[in-house]
Design a protein around this ligand. Structure first.
Ligand code: F6R
Length: 606
């Protein structure tokens, strides 16, 4: 989703801004732009599509200026073209914006009445004209303060001013924003990753705060314009190397990295010498928790749903799962004895953050399961369980999903042991099985060739279904999501037992249907549901695990067998062929696998 960069330096900034915008590309975007200040003029260049297009523009190559802002845009208001790309500028001010201004129509009406002329279809342009209007009577801090007060919605802003050769303003409400410190230069960025090539000294703005960035110092203000002091954090200075190596896409690399993701998670949390799970500094007594509420969006929501099955199977805890965008507006009954767990790869998802915020305001216990440990959700949760899968660049989540479900499984085991819901010997057996999981995932990764051929049928179909029961149901949802977001094929995830209550009507002759039927307690039931779709002409791809027992069924189109382990862990293995199916169908269709259309890596608007 949109990304912001700002640099105030004593040397030319355009190349560094372009470089930092490239670091923000992973978030998903459709246009890019840059504005610098030179000889008292704001110069603005924007282009549709990739940052590469912007970089190749001769105006950018010759762009002067020691202060500037840049942006990658993920369209919300107005189509993704160069006119709507940011920055947006008036004679005096240039603005980049992440988020959505909900009252932009009203504000625009007011500003047009005052004689302001609008060039784009964006909500952002009202900010430019509001600041310009206030600057007629107020200084910069007051103009910003007044502008921010009249905006409804969410924003992270970077602003430069024609008459201010040493000043960038940053402001935040809802969308994340960080300030970075360098030698004789300072920076603004929507995440620390974008700034990492320049600095590891970072300050995060809290909601409502704004800042004034000069070359040699930065001042911070609360929303009422009062100066405040903020901490400078020193992040790890190592810049991880992100290249695809021999892989065609980051997604392919990230799928193959999953055994390592699991090894890292297991190493972090499992104490081999004591056959135990270490979760250090857990801030609550076990007796204080009698229910769990898991909240997330998209793939992270599927992780939550997966965890519900484990928590219910292994513990006596009461478990609820919620989609963050639903949770945040419902009339929730907050429970003192509930632990609220927020699952997010990026740690910046606006809806998940809002749900966390509501829980905090209601005095609830909050725990984050995140990949990006410097993220807003991690910083603002009482307790954090990192998933340690390394940066995930492919916009469609793969290794982060396995990382999330691993941590949630580990947590369910530990709580089950502490609550005495699980006997120590059963716990030990489950830990031993878990330690073998990375190898089994590694072996399962080799079922490539067959999936490549199978993907042709999906690509030719009008639509497809993914069915599963019990532990396999969340994986069916995740498999369908991966296929639709990467290959743009209609894919519906469904509980297999629910088909006869309506969706069987969708089954047509030759329709590909993935049936997840591992040899667990649900196996026989799922196989019966499979017969129902086969009888109606579906081409069934059965995904099961290796077993001595023959599959007793006729007319199955194709079968894929993953490795074998205990029933709890089969979901990890079943995920692999579904990720590969989505990857190969998108590959054959020639789609942009690492940056699928209309999907952002960090969804910072609601
Ligand atoms: C799917 C995908 C999205 C994200 C969702 C939540 O492949 O990537 O559905 O899972 O936007 O993002 P995070 O986990 O960053 O909160």
């Amino acid at each position: 989703m949109c990304g912001i960069i700002g640099i105030n330096s004593n040397k030319s900034v355009s190349a560094s801004i372009i470089n930092s915008l490239k670091k923000l590309e992973y978030r998903g975007y459709d246009s890019a732009g840059i504005a610098t200040l030179s000889s008292g003029q704001i110069n603005e260049v924007k282009s549709e599509g990739r940052v590469d297009n912007l970089e190749k523009n001769s105006l950018v190559q010759n762009m002067e200026g020691t202060i500037g802002i840049g942006h990658v845009r993920w369209a919300t208001h107005g189509s993704p073209n160069s006119l709507n790309a940011h920055p947006h500028s008036s004679q005096n001010v240039s603005v980049v914006h992440n988020g959505i201004i909900e009252n932009s129509t009203l504000l625009k009406k007011f500003l047009v009445g005052k004689g302001h002329k609008f060039k784009s279809q964006t909500d952002t342009e009202v900010i430019v004209h509001l600041i310009t209007e206030h600057l007629k009577t107020d200084d910069i801090v007051n103009s910003i303060k007044k502008t921010l007060k009249s905006l409804h919605g969410s924003f992270a802003l970077g602003i430069i001013f024609k008459d201010q050769p040493d000043l960038i303003v940053g402001a935040r409400r809802g969308s994340p924003l960080a300030v970075g410190y360098g030698p004789n230069e300072n920076y603004l960025g929507s995440d620390s990753y974008a700034l990492k090539s320049m600095t590891n000294k970072i300050t995060y703005l809290n909601d409502g705060e704004f800042c004034v960035i000069k070359k040699d110092h930065v001042e911070f203000f609360s929303d009422d314009g009062v100066k405040i002091n903020k901490k400078v954090l020193e992040l790890s200075s190592q810049e991880e190397e992100y290249d695809k190596g021999d892989y065609k896409h980051f997604m392919a690399k990230e799928i193959e990295e999953q055994p390592l993701t699991l090894k890292n998670g297991i190493k972090e949390y499992i104490d081999n010498s004591n056959n135990d799970i270490n979760i250090y500094n857990f801030p609550w007594k076990i007796s204080e928790i009698s229910s769990i509420t898991l909240i997330g969006c998209g793939t992270a929501y599927h992780s939550c749903l997966m965890a519900k099955y484990w928590f219910e199977e292994l513990t006596s805890l009461d478990v609820n799962v919620d989609i963050a965008s639903e949770f945040r507006y419902r009339k929730n009954r907050f429970k003192r004895d509930s632990l609220y767990i927020f699952v997010s790869q990026s740690g910046e998802t606006a809806d998940t953050y809002a749900a966390l915020d509501i829980c905090k305001k209601n005095g609830m216990k909050t725990c984050a399961v995140v990949n990006v440990i410097e993220s807003s959700i991690a910083r603002d949760s009482e307790f954090v369980l990192p998933i340690h899968c390394g940066t995930e660049i492919g916009v469609a989540s793969t290794k982060a999903f396995l990382g999330q479900i691993l941590i949630l499984y580990i947590l369910s085991l530990k709580l089950a042991l502490l609550r005495k819901d699980l006997k120590k010997d059963v716990f030990t057996q489950k830990l031993n099985d878990l330690k073998k999981l990375p190898k089994l995932v590694d072996q399962t990764l080799s079922i490539d060739n067959k999936i490549q051929t199978i993907s042709n049928t999906f690509n030719e179909a009008k639509g497809s279904m993914f069915l599963g029961r019990g532990f396999s149901y969340p994986i069916a949802l995740e498999g369908a999501l991966k296929l639709k977001e990467l290959s743009y094929i209609h894919a519906e995830g469904y509980p297999a037992g629910e088909m006869k209550h309506g969706p069987l009507a969708l089954i047509e002759e030759g329709m590909p249907v993935v049936v997840l039927a591992p040899r667990d307690n649900y196996y026989k039931k799922t196989i019966s549901n499979m017969q129902e779709v086969i009888a109606r002409g579906a081409k069934v791809l059965l995904v099961t695990n290796k077993s001595k027992d023959e599959i007793v069924s006729e007319n199955i189109w194709e079968t894929l067998e993953v490795e074998t382990t205990n029933a709890d862990l089969l979901p990890f293995l079943l995920t692999i062929p579904l990720q590969k199916l989505a990857y190969y169908s998108a590959l054959k269709k020639g789609f942009d696998i690492d940056k699928p259309r209309n999907l952002a890596k960090s969804v910072t608007v609601e």
